[in-house]
Design a binder for this molecule. Structure first.
Ligand code: SF4
Length: 189
């Protein structure tokens, strides 16, 4: 396992395409029964080296019904996003995760996690990769299908400031989905 961590940390595969030096950021262990697959580290995360170490992470922890310490505990929560390095800025947000990354690393990291894990697919890129049948459907439709996906998986919007609007427009998210999600997370911790 420590070998795999070291191999991930040493990856420089797409260095020519990254705006800063590669800094692969992921947390995982053989006991983490919650897996979060997000988009890619932002600039703040690139500096800290801690995944979801920002406002979005605070919101995500709240959605999962856990505190920041638990979210950042690799023994309990794995965070292995579609891109492990900061991809740089684009108009209106960050660039997409590097397309080389998930095919290279997910096949090596995910098999070391417990089989009975809950996979939390955060945002469009993770959902396109792991819910291909729902590709092209609006985010609200993908998220609203949570009862069909649990107990193995769940789709969530990216927990950025924009998600406040999503929550206002879809009151079932807080009223119905989050209590179900909290129960699934609690059962695995
Ligand atoms: S984004 Fe992924 S594949 Fe590219 S250098 Fe970082 S860890 Fe390696």
């Amino acid at each position: 396992m420590s070998d795999l961590h070291a191999q991930v940390r040493a990856c420089t595969l797409c260095a020519p395409y990254l705006p800063l030096e590669p800094r692969p950021i992921a947390q995982f262990s053989s006991t983490a029964r919650i897996l979060v697959i997000g988009q890619a580290p932002g600039r703040i995360t690139h500096e800290s080296g801690i995944p979801f170490d920002d406002k979005a992470g605070e919101r995500l922890a709240g959605w999962l019904g856990i505190d920041a310490v638990t979210l950042h505990d690799p023994a309990r929560v794995a965070i292995v996003s579609m891109g492990l390095c900061y991809p740089g800025k684009a108009k209106g947000g960050d660039k997409p995760p590097r397309p080389e990354c998930a095919p290279l690393w997910h096949g090596r990291i995910l098999p070391v996690l417990p089989a009975d894990r809950l996979t939390v697919l955060v945002g469009t890129y993770a959902q396109a990769a792991y819910l291909p049948a729902m590709k092209g459907r609006p985010m609200a439709e993908r998220v609203a299908g949570w009862r069909d996906l649990l107990p193995e998986r769940i789709a969530l919007p990216h927990p950025s400031w924009r998600s406040a609007l999503f929550m206002r427009e879809h009151d079932w998210f807080e009223q119905d989905l989050l209590p179900d999600l909290h129960a699934e997370v609690a059962a695995r911790l």
